[in-house]
Design a protein around this ligand. Sequence first.
Ligand SMILES: [Zn+2]
Length: 169
Amino acid sequence: MMLNSLKSKKGTNNLYLAISIMVGIILAIFLIGIAFFGLAIYFYRQHGRINRQIAQENSRIASLDSEINTLNYTFTQKIDQVSHDVQGELSAAYITRPVPADQLDQTPRLQTVATVAPAGGISGLTPSPTNAPPAAGVSRDSEIQCAFCERFFQSSLPKCPYCGALRVG
Ligand SMILES: [Zn+2]
C-alpha cells in the first residue's frame, strides 16, 4: 500500500517533470523567436536608415560636384584673366625697355633680338651692341634662363637653383 502510493507519486512527478520541460522548451523557443523577430525589425530599420543615408550622401556628392564644377569654371576664368593681365604687363615692360639707338629703326622687335645674339657681333657688318644679352634667350636683366628647366635665375649663380643644372654660357 505504501509502495503503491509512492510509485504513483513518482509517476505523477515524472509527468509534471515532462510537462515542465516541454513548456520550458516551448517558452524558450518562443522567446528566441521573439528575439529574432526583434533583430529582424532592427536590421530592417537599419537597412532603411542606411538607404536614406546613402541617398543623402549621393545628393550631397552631387551638389559638391556641381560646386566643384562652378569653382573650376570661375578658376579657369580667373586664370585666363590673370594670364591675360600678366601678358599685358610683360609686353608693356618689354616695349618700354630701352632699345639701343642703332636699333631704333623699323625692324620688327623679334628679328632685332635674333640678330643681336652673337656676343661679338658679326664682324664688319653690324656694330656690336655694348649691352647685348647672352645668347641663351634672356628676357630679364641680370637673369638667365636655365637650359634644362627653362626657369630664370640670377646670372651670378654658378648653376640653376631650381634643377641644379650647370649654366650654359
Ligand atoms: Zn634649371
